[in-house]
Design a protein around this ligand. Sequence first.
Ligand code: ATP
Ligand code: MG
Length: 276
Amino acid sequence: MELVHSGKVRDVYEDGGDLILVASDRVSVYDVILPTPIPDKGKVLTRLSLWWFERLADIVPNHVISATDVPHEFAGRAVRVRKLRMVQVECIARGYLAGLGLREYRAGGAVSGVALPPGLTEGSQLPAPVFTPTSKAAVGEHDEFITYDDVVAQEGAEIAERLRETTLAVYRRGAELARERGVIIADTKLEFGWDADGGLVLGDEVLTPDSSRFWPLDEWEPGRPQRSFDKQYVRDWAAGTGWDKTYPAPEIPADVVAATRARYIEAYERITGESW
Ligand code: ATP
Ligand code: MG
């Protein structure tokens, strides 16, 4: 197998005509990989993605070929997938205001060119989920918000519309399912690609704590930062150290590693209803 890409979290190998996506235990914040791994994180991301892919398959086909036909040293954290030509847009859906969306809203009352009503605050639920795409950043650069019109200009009106509708449909299904289990999916990022037959396929990972903001429903309270099951915890710890968000990042202390691992596992257990 040939290593064709080493991302912030995953290593991608080519095997025959397929790809093997291997999720590591690496954690990145502000696009910087931290030096300390989070045990089991790669397995959580892999198992949760597979769980979701199955439950979204009637909305959009996915890239999964097999979760077992992978080299044994990667067992549990690797998936054999169809190689896609990736759409050069990160398809984000937001149902609540947080992170970059909140910052944009505060600056101009809109997110990705979508005007929002006044009076919203940190953690507010939006009147309806919105599609807030970003460009796919080159290595070392941050993704940037683009408007729906930018996606139309880049991909054409018909594809832009499909990306938006499919992204929102996946978000709505995911958010509804998670809510029944006491988890708010505040926002999520999807990646689509084209298969050999020209079909639109959901790739990458889906509705994981790395690609989404997960909040416990019973603690949700707009007007403040929300407790989260995702890597926000590591982000907050990292920001609190005074680190300047460039390489090298500080080592994560053992208690923060343990608390982060527990959050990933709690997200998995709550959403799937299975115990880790
Ligand atoms: P970067 O590549 O900029 O470092 P990243 O850190 O998000 O981004 P990872 O998520 O670690 O990268 O690696 C996964 C890579 O594989 C991404 O570039 C993603 O777009 C790509 N990818 C996911 N699924 C497929 C697929 N089925 N076919 C081709 N590429 C895919
Ligand atoms: Mg990625």
